[in-house]
Ligand binder design. Structure first.
Ligand SMILES: *[C@@H]1O[C@H](CO)[C@@H](O)[C@H](O)[C@H]1NC(C)=O
Ligand SMILES: *[C@@H]1O[C@H](CO)[C@@H](O)[C@H](O)[C@H]1NC(C)=O
Length: 247
Protein backbone atom coordinates (compact mmCIF):
# COMPACT_ATOMS: atom_id res chain seq x y z
CA UNK A 1 0.00 0.00 0.00
CA UNK A 2 1.29 3.43 -0.91
CA UNK A 3 0.99 6.21 1.62
CA UNK A 4 1.26 9.87 0.79
CA UNK A 5 3.55 12.03 2.90
CA UNK A 6 1.92 13.88 5.78
CA UNK A 7 0.83 17.38 4.78
CA UNK A 8 1.91 20.20 7.06
CA UNK A 9 -1.60 21.56 7.54
CA UNK A 10 -3.24 18.21 8.23
CA UNK A 11 -5.74 18.08 11.06
CA UNK A 12 -5.38 15.62 13.88
CA UNK A 13 -8.14 13.56 12.27
CA UNK A 14 -6.40 13.28 8.93
CA UNK A 15 -3.12 12.43 10.63
CA UNK A 16 -4.90 9.67 12.47
CA UNK A 17 -6.25 8.37 9.16
CA UNK A 18 -2.85 8.66 7.53
CA UNK A 19 -1.32 6.46 10.16
CA UNK A 20 -3.77 3.66 9.42
CA UNK A 21 -5.34 3.50 5.99
CA UNK A 22 -8.70 1.79 6.23
CA UNK A 23 -10.01 -0.75 3.74
CA UNK A 24 -13.61 -1.78 3.16
CA UNK A 25 -14.60 -4.96 1.33
CA UNK A 26 -18.33 -5.62 1.84
CA UNK A 27 -20.94 -5.01 -0.84
CA UNK A 28 -22.40 -1.85 0.70
CA UNK A 29 -19.66 -0.89 3.19
CA UNK A 30 -19.03 2.84 3.69
CA UNK A 31 -16.45 4.80 5.63
CA UNK A 32 -16.35 8.44 6.84
CA UNK A 33 -13.61 10.23 4.86
CA UNK A 34 -13.29 13.84 6.01
CA UNK A 35 -15.72 15.91 3.92
CA UNK A 36 -16.72 12.72 2.11
CA UNK A 37 -18.15 9.26 2.58
CA UNK A 38 -16.28 6.48 0.79
CA UNK A 39 -18.58 3.65 -0.31
CA UNK A 40 -18.04 0.33 -2.05
CA UNK A 41 -21.49 0.28 -3.68
CA UNK A 42 -21.06 -3.10 -5.39
CA UNK A 43 -24.65 -2.89 -6.61
CA UNK A 44 -24.08 -5.05 -9.68
CA UNK A 45 -21.78 -7.67 -8.21
CA UNK A 46 -24.25 -10.51 -8.79
CA UNK A 47 -23.86 -10.05 -12.56
CA UNK A 48 -20.19 -10.99 -12.26
CA UNK A 49 -17.59 -13.08 -10.53
CA UNK A 50 -14.87 -11.28 -8.64
CA UNK A 51 -14.25 -8.81 -5.89
CA UNK A 52 -13.44 -5.22 -5.06
CA UNK A 53 -12.06 -3.35 -2.07
CA UNK A 54 -11.69 0.35 -1.42
CA UNK A 55 -9.10 2.06 0.77
CA UNK A 56 -9.17 5.48 2.36
CA UNK A 57 -5.58 6.70 2.22
CA UNK A 58 -5.87 10.20 3.68
CA UNK A 59 -7.96 13.28 4.17
CA UNK A 60 -6.32 16.68 4.01
CA UNK A 61 -8.39 19.82 4.46
CA UNK A 62 -11.19 19.50 1.89
CA UNK A 63 -9.42 16.82 -0.16
CA UNK A 64 -9.42 13.05 -0.02
CA UNK A 65 -7.12 10.35 -1.34
CA UNK A 66 -8.45 6.84 -1.89
CA UNK A 67 -8.02 3.80 -4.06
CA UNK A 68 -10.12 0.92 -5.24
CA UNK A 69 -8.85 -2.48 -6.36
CA UNK A 70 -11.19 -4.47 -8.56
CA UNK A 71 -11.23 -7.78 -10.33
CA UNK A 72 -14.36 -8.70 -12.28
CA UNK A 73 -15.31 -11.29 -14.89
CA UNK A 74 -18.53 -12.26 -16.76
CA UNK A 75 -21.32 -10.21 -18.34
CA UNK A 76 -19.08 -7.67 -20.06
CA UNK A 77 -21.94 -5.22 -20.56
CA UNK A 78 -22.96 -5.09 -16.91
CA UNK A 79 -21.63 -2.56 -14.41
CA UNK A 80 -20.43 -4.37 -11.28
CA UNK A 81 -20.11 -1.42 -8.90
CA UNK A 82 -19.75 2.29 -8.42
CA UNK A 83 -17.14 2.55 -5.70
CA UNK A 84 -17.16 6.28 -4.96
CA UNK A 85 -16.73 9.18 -2.61
CA UNK A 86 -19.86 11.22 -1.88
CA UNK A 87 -19.36 14.86 -0.85
CA UNK A 88 -21.10 15.63 2.43
CA UNK A 89 -20.78 19.39 1.86
CA UNK A 90 -21.21 20.09 -1.88
CA UNK A 91 -24.98 19.69 -2.11
CA UNK A 92 -28.34 21.30 -1.45
CA UNK A 93 -27.83 24.37 -3.65
CA UNK A 94 -30.25 25.43 -6.39
CA UNK A 95 -28.64 25.72 -9.84
CA UNK A 96 -29.71 29.38 -10.09
CA UNK A 97 -27.92 30.08 -6.82
CA UNK A 98 -24.52 28.59 -7.70
CA UNK A 99 -21.62 31.00 -8.17
CA UNK A 100 -19.04 28.27 -8.80
CA UNK A 101 -18.44 24.59 -8.18
CA UNK A 102 -14.68 24.06 -8.27
CA UNK A 103 -13.38 20.53 -8.41
CA UNK A 104 -9.98 18.94 -8.74
CA UNK A 105 -9.35 15.24 -9.39
CA UNK A 106 -5.95 13.64 -9.95
CA UNK A 107 -6.11 9.90 -10.60
CA UNK A 108 -4.20 7.11 -12.26
CA UNK A 109 -4.46 3.39 -12.91
CA UNK A 110 -1.62 1.99 -10.81
CA UNK A 111 -2.18 -1.35 -12.51
CA UNK A 112 -4.63 -2.52 -15.14
CA UNK A 113 -5.15 -5.74 -17.06
CA UNK A 114 -5.31 -5.75 -20.86
CA UNK A 115 -8.64 -4.57 -22.22
CA UNK A 116 -10.32 -3.33 -19.07
CA UNK A 117 -13.89 -2.18 -19.50
CA UNK A 118 -14.49 0.64 -17.00
CA UNK A 119 -15.22 4.31 -16.65
CA UNK A 120 -13.79 6.87 -14.24
CA UNK A 121 -16.58 9.30 -13.60
CA UNK A 122 -18.52 11.87 -11.66
CA UNK A 123 -22.13 11.00 -10.94
CA UNK A 124 -24.08 14.13 -10.04
CA UNK A 125 -27.73 14.13 -9.05
CA UNK A 126 -30.29 16.91 -9.46
CA UNK A 127 -33.80 17.01 -8.04
CA UNK A 128 -36.70 19.32 -7.26
CA UNK A 129 -36.03 19.40 -3.51
CA UNK A 130 -32.88 20.63 -1.75
CA UNK A 131 -32.04 17.16 -0.52
CA UNK A 132 -32.56 13.68 -1.86
CA UNK A 133 -30.72 10.39 -1.98
CA UNK A 134 -29.01 9.62 -5.30
CA UNK A 135 -30.87 7.32 -7.70
CA UNK A 136 -34.25 7.44 -5.96
CA UNK A 137 -37.70 8.88 -6.58
CA UNK A 138 -36.17 12.23 -5.49
CA UNK A 139 -33.93 12.27 -8.58
CA UNK A 140 -34.80 14.30 -11.71
CA UNK A 141 -31.44 14.19 -13.51
CA UNK A 142 -28.24 12.17 -13.37
CA UNK A 143 -25.22 14.01 -14.78
CA UNK A 144 -22.20 11.86 -15.48
CA UNK A 145 -18.80 13.22 -16.47
CA UNK A 146 -16.62 10.42 -17.83
CA UNK A 147 -12.93 11.30 -17.55
CA UNK A 148 -12.17 7.86 -18.93
CA UNK A 149 -14.17 5.20 -20.71
CA UNK A 150 -12.05 2.22 -21.70
CA UNK A 151 -12.97 -0.95 -23.57
CA UNK A 152 -15.81 0.36 -25.73
CA UNK A 153 -18.36 0.80 -22.93
CA UNK A 154 -21.17 3.31 -23.44
CA UNK A 155 -23.19 5.67 -21.25
CA UNK A 156 -26.98 5.45 -21.01
CA UNK A 157 -28.91 6.48 -24.14
CA UNK A 158 -27.29 7.70 -27.33
CA UNK A 159 -24.95 10.45 -28.53
CA UNK A 160 -26.91 13.64 -29.01
CA UNK A 161 -23.96 16.06 -29.45
CA UNK A 162 -20.45 15.23 -30.63
CA UNK A 163 -17.20 16.87 -29.64
CA UNK A 164 -18.61 19.80 -27.72
CA UNK A 165 -16.23 21.93 -25.64
CA UNK A 166 -17.16 22.43 -21.99
CA UNK A 167 -14.74 23.63 -19.30
CA UNK A 168 -11.88 23.48 -21.78
CA UNK A 169 -12.25 19.80 -22.70
CA UNK A 170 -14.00 18.03 -25.60
CA UNK A 171 -16.94 15.70 -24.89
CA UNK A 172 -19.55 13.60 -26.57
CA UNK A 173 -22.86 14.20 -24.85
CA UNK A 174 -25.02 11.12 -24.37
CA UNK A 175 -28.56 11.29 -23.10
CA UNK A 176 -31.52 9.10 -22.38
CA UNK A 177 -33.94 8.04 -19.65
CA UNK A 178 -33.20 5.73 -16.73
CA UNK A 179 -35.86 4.78 -14.18
CA UNK A 180 -37.64 8.03 -13.20
CA UNK A 181 -34.80 10.37 -14.14
CA UNK A 182 -33.04 11.67 -17.26
CA UNK A 183 -29.33 10.96 -17.77
CA UNK A 184 -26.82 13.30 -19.39
CA UNK A 185 -23.30 11.90 -19.76
CA UNK A 186 -20.34 13.99 -20.87
CA UNK A 187 -17.90 11.35 -22.17
CA UNK A 188 -14.35 12.47 -22.87
CA UNK A 189 -13.78 12.82 -26.62
CA UNK A 190 -10.01 13.17 -26.22
CA UNK A 191 -8.82 10.23 -24.14
CA UNK A 192 -8.26 9.90 -20.42
CA UNK A 193 -8.26 13.14 -18.42
CA UNK A 194 -6.16 12.29 -15.36
CA UNK A 195 -5.71 15.84 -14.04
CA UNK A 196 -9.10 17.49 -13.97
CA UNK A 197 -9.30 20.96 -12.53
CA UNK A 198 -12.49 22.74 -13.56
CA UNK A 199 -15.60 24.59 -12.46
CA UNK A 200 -18.52 22.14 -12.62
CA UNK A 201 -20.77 25.17 -13.01
CA UNK A 202 -19.76 25.17 -16.70
CA UNK A 203 -21.43 21.77 -17.13
CA UNK A 204 -24.49 22.89 -15.18
CA UNK A 205 -24.80 26.05 -17.29
CA UNK A 206 -24.45 23.99 -20.47
CA UNK A 207 -27.40 21.88 -19.38
CA UNK A 208 -29.65 24.78 -18.38
CA UNK A 209 -28.84 26.74 -21.55
CA UNK A 210 -28.89 23.89 -24.09
CA UNK A 211 -30.71 20.87 -22.69
CA UNK A 212 -33.79 22.28 -21.00
CA UNK A 213 -32.73 21.59 -17.41
CA UNK A 214 -34.57 24.04 -15.13
CA UNK A 215 -32.35 26.26 -13.01
CA UNK A 216 -34.80 25.65 -10.15
CA UNK A 217 -33.29 22.14 -9.81
CA UNK A 218 -31.06 21.48 -6.82
CA UNK A 219 -27.75 19.65 -6.73
CA UNK A 220 -28.61 16.82 -4.36
CA UNK A 221 -25.44 14.73 -4.54
CA UNK A 222 -22.00 14.70 -6.12
CA UNK A 223 -20.34 11.28 -6.28
CA UNK A 224 -16.96 10.53 -7.82
CA UNK A 225 -15.64 7.08 -8.59
CA UNK A 226 -15.45 4.24 -11.08
CA UNK A 227 -17.79 1.81 -12.79
CA UNK A 228 -15.92 -1.40 -13.65
CA UNK A 229 -17.44 -3.91 -16.06
CA UNK A 230 -14.64 -6.49 -16.58
CA UNK A 231 -10.89 -6.87 -16.09
CA UNK A 232 -8.82 -5.89 -13.10
CA UNK A 233 -7.21 -2.67 -12.00
CA UNK A 234 -6.06 -0.53 -9.12
CA UNK A 235 -7.49 2.96 -9.50
CA UNK A 236 -5.65 5.51 -7.36
CA UNK A 237 -7.03 8.95 -6.60
CA UNK A 238 -4.09 10.92 -5.24
CA UNK A 239 -6.26 13.96 -4.55
CA UNK A 240 -9.89 14.89 -5.05
CA UNK A 241 -11.96 17.83 -3.88
CA UNK A 242 -15.22 19.53 -4.78
CA UNK A 243 -17.17 22.48 -3.41
CA UNK A 244 -20.24 24.53 -4.26
CA UNK A 245 -20.08 28.27 -3.66
CA UNK A 246 -23.47 29.99 -3.48
CA UNK A 247 -24.20 33.40 -4.93
C1 LIG B 1 -10.81 -11.80 -6.64
O1 LIG B 1 -11.41 -12.35 -7.79
C2 LIG B 1 -10.48 -12.92 -8.69
C3 LIG B 1 -11.26 -13.36 -9.94
O2 LIG B 1 -12.32 -14.19 -9.60
C4 LIG B 1 -9.72 -14.05 -8.03
O3 LIG B 1 -8.74 -14.54 -8.91
C5 LIG B 1 -9.03 -13.52 -6.77
O4 LIG B 1 -8.43 -14.59 -6.07
C6 LIG B 1 -10.05 -12.84 -5.86
N1 LIG B 1 -9.34 -12.21 -4.75
C7 LIG B 1 -9.82 -12.23 -3.52
C8 LIG B 1 -9.03 -11.49 -2.51
O5 LIG B 1 -10.86 -12.81 -3.21
C1 LIG C 1 -13.06 18.43 -31.65
O1 LIG C 1 -13.06 19.78 -31.28
C2 LIG C 1 -11.76 20.33 -31.12
C3 LIG C 1 -11.89 21.74 -30.56
O2 LIG C 1 -12.89 22.46 -31.22
C4 LIG C 1 -11.04 20.27 -32.46
O3 LIG C 1 -9.73 20.79 -32.33
C5 LIG C 1 -10.98 18.84 -32.95
O4 LIG C 1 -10.41 18.78 -34.24
C6 LIG C 1 -12.36 18.21 -32.99
N1 LIG C 1 -12.24 16.78 -33.25
C7 LIG C 1 -13.04 16.17 -34.11
C8 LIG C 1 -12.81 14.70 -34.26
O5 LIG C 1 -13.91 16.74 -34.75
Amino acid sequence: MRLVSAPTAASALSLALLSSAQTITGQYDCLPAGDFTLCQNLWGELSGVGNQSSTLISTTGDAVSWSTTWNWANNANNVKSYANVLSNTAKGVQLSNIASAPTSWSWTYETQSDGIRADVSYDIWFGKAPSGVAATSASSYEIMIWLSGQGGIQPVGSVTKSNITVAGFQWDLWSGPNANWEVFSFKTASGDITDFNVDLQEFFTYLTENEGVASTQYVQAIQTGTEPFTGNAVLMTSSYSVAINSL
